[in-house]
Design a protein. Structure first.
Length: 230
């Protein structure tokens, strides 16, 4: 009887272990999905906010959009001197810190409007400010001057801001994407990133923001980047 009781207990233990393994297998993907959803929601909120601020800025500046803020990845010294760049003129409209008011630690930290949850920032940023989203670089005229907001004939489909790839996120770019100069303060279709399970956030010229699959970055029925496409 003693041996039979021990055998039965062992079977029970194996059953419990098997149940725990099954539950864990179900729980881990669910936890991952919940984290991804949280990161996506946070990015959606940030990009919607910055897009709305850009629309407000344009309304107060005769329709003009703020400047892109430089070519390529920017050093902190250049960020601090770019007084008319979007990253310096828009956040204060909401009572938030401009990029020039951050130091290297806080700029890439969660208290910053420029921080994007889930973005793979370089382990060592050095003297550079890496932007995980940026202003649409195609909203310029022939003199490379930012256009006026009213020149956009399809604001609900024209990108104003969008998530942008960082140097360690090349695999998440759309097919045919550009793998150079990642982390600069401007973005276009080739640098749009799908860091949320193949999707990224785009803020449009009417102030709203959407989750867009990265493989639709070149689909002008979903999103337009160039003024000429309007």
């Amino acid at each position: 009887m003693k041996n039979q009781s021990s055998a039965f207990t062992l079977i029970e233990l194996l059953v419990v272990i098997a149940i725990i393994a099954v539950l864990a297998a179900l729980a881990f993907p669910a936890a991952g999905n919940a984290m991804s959803s949280s990161q996506r929601a946070s990015a959606l909120n940030s990009i919607k906010q910055i897009s709305t601020l850009a629309v407000t800025y344009a309304a107060d500046h005769n329709g003009m959009l703020p400047e892109e803020g430089g070519e390529g990845v920017q050093s902190f010294s250049r960020v601090k001197s770019a007084s008319n760049a979007w990253y310096n003129v828009l956040p204060p409209l909401a009572g938030l810190k401009a990029a020039r008011d951050h130091d290297r630690a806080t700029f890439h930290g969660p208290e910053s409007l420029f921080f994007v949850k889930g973005a793979k920032y370089p382990a060592r940023t050095g003297s550079s400010a890496y932007f995980a989203y940026g202003i649409n670089s195609q909203l310029i005229d022939n003199t490379r001057t930012q256009i006026r907001l009213h020149q956009i004939t399809h604001p609900a489909r024209t990108a104003l801001f969008a998530e942008a790839g960082l140097p360690d996120e090349k695999a998440l770019l759309p097919k045919g994407g550009a793998g150079s100069d990642l982390g600069q303060p401007k973005v276009r279709d080739r640098r749009f990133i799908g860091r949320h399970n193949g999707t990224g956030i785009i803020g449009f010229a009417d102030g709203h923001a959407e989750v867009v699959p990265v493989d639709r970055a070149f689909d002008t029925n979903v999103v337009r980047w160039e003024l000429a496409a309007n």
